[in-house]
Design a protein around this ligand. Structure first.
Ligand SMILES: Cc1cc2nc3c(=O)[nH]c(=O)nc-3n(C[C@H](O)[C@H](O)[C@H](O)COP(=O)(O)OP(=O)(O)OC[C@H]3O[C@@H](n4cnc5c(N)ncnc54)[C@H](O)[C@@H]3O)c2cc1C
Length: 324
């Protein structure tokens, strides 16, 4: 496989935006992702004729650099404002919560059209020779690059890097290792009629075991079938990480039932090993310039989609400084 200037591990929002920024200045970039789809935790799936966002539900924009992207996506009909206001917002006018027109994977799919993305390529081994990185994948392929950007959640990234034997952490190994993520559990359900959730079809729940219920039909991504997404809190996710779906699904559906006015036809559960970091790294990326290595993603500079996207933008700028 021909070497690229930059190899990026992860086709989530941070990796895709990082690659987009690097392509703007004509660097050759390849992205590897272990998943069959795009977007990482911006995830959408189909079920019984419905379409559901089961990871990130919406994204917000405070930084003008991400606003410029969002304006383009709005103009191109890729995203829309789902809603502006939740009862707990301190600002009575609220602020835009954006989602994809057909689901949260719309933006990743749109970005990937202009990029070289290799799916179903799980990087299992990294090494570095005199002037290049070598990434070996579970399918037996090898990829080469001058610079390596890794955007997986930091605990996964460090597992890969620790096995290289390289001294990559610049004395910050313990601090990097201290970045922690919560685990999460989603239950996805098809209803036999309208959910009965109030407008706009998404409610934050403040009583254990739930944190969120969304009606993907009201959201506009599941026009034919009422399909709901329910998220559990961390304590429930930890307690039921290894429970069968037949146990944890009904417990979450029972907790959601007082908010719903229709019956459940079928359901499925999804485990999230990494939701958001509890204590992200304070800077938007981590770089070892000597090794031509940059770490990015929502572990750096801020949890959530916006933090991950900004990390991708900042990481690209840092990569360019060291790339000749
Ligand atoms: C249930 C849930 C609800 C959320 N709700 C919201 C929300 O409403 N609003 C919000 O802003 N944020 C939300 N978030 C957080 C948000 O989804 C993330 O912060 C953001 O999507 C992270 O993007 P990223 O690019 O940093 O990482 P990811 O999206 O995780 O991308 C990393 C990619 O790396 C790939 N990868 C990992 N290891 C390897 C490997 N060895 N080889 C190849 N590929 C690899 C993965 O497959 C993945 O695609 C939520 C997250 C979850 C899980």
């Amino acid at each position: 496989m021909q070497a690229t200037d930059v190899l990026i591990i992860g086709a989530g929002i941070s990796g895709l935006i990082c690659a987009t920024e690097l392509r703007k200045v004509d660097k050759s970039v390849r992205i590897l992702d272990k998943g069959r789809g795009l977007g990482g935790r911006r995830a959408t799936r189909r079920m019984a004729g419905g379409r559901l966002d089961h990871g990130a539900q919406y994204f917000t924009v405070r930084d003008p650099r991400l606003q410029a992207y969002a304006d383009d996506w709005l103009a191109a009909g890729i995203i829309k404002e789902w809603f502006r206001h939740l009862p707990e917002d301190s600002n009575p006018d609220g602020y835009s919560r954006y989602c994809g027109i057909n689901g949260m994977t719309d933006v990743p799919k749109h970005l990937a059209k202009e990029l070289d993305v290799c799916n179903s390529q799980q990087v299992i081994e990294l090494s570095r020779d005199a002037d290049r990185w070598i990434a070996r994948t579970a399918s037996g392929d090898s990829f080469y690059s001058k610079h390596l950007v890794i955007t997986s959640p930091l605990p996964q990234t460090m597992n890969l890097l620790d096995a290289t034997g390289l001294s990559y952490a610049k004395g910050a190994s313990d601090a990097l290792r201290a970045v922690r993520y919560e685990r999460g559990l989603a239950t996805l359900a098809i209803l036999d009629g309208a959910s009965g959730l109030p407008e706009p079809g998404g409610i934050k729940i403040h009583e254990t075991p739930l944190t969120w219920i969304a009606d993907n039909q009201q959201k506009g991504i599941s026009p034919d079938v009422c399909a709901i997404t329910i998220h559990a809190d961390t304590d429930f996710a930890e307690a039921h990480w290894d429970s069968p779906n037949e146990v944890r699904g009904p417990l979450m559906l029972d907790a959601a039932a007082p908010h719903l006015s229709a019956n459940v036809l079928e359901y499925d559960c999804h485990r999230w090993g990494f939701t958001t970091p509890t204590n992200p790294w304070p800077d938007p990326y981590f770089q070892n310039a000597g090794l031509q290595l940059t770490l990015a993603g929502d572990s750096f500079g801020g949890a959530r989609v916006e933090g991950a996207a900004l990390s991708g933008i900042e990481a690209a700028a840092a990569v360019l400084l060291g790339l000749v």
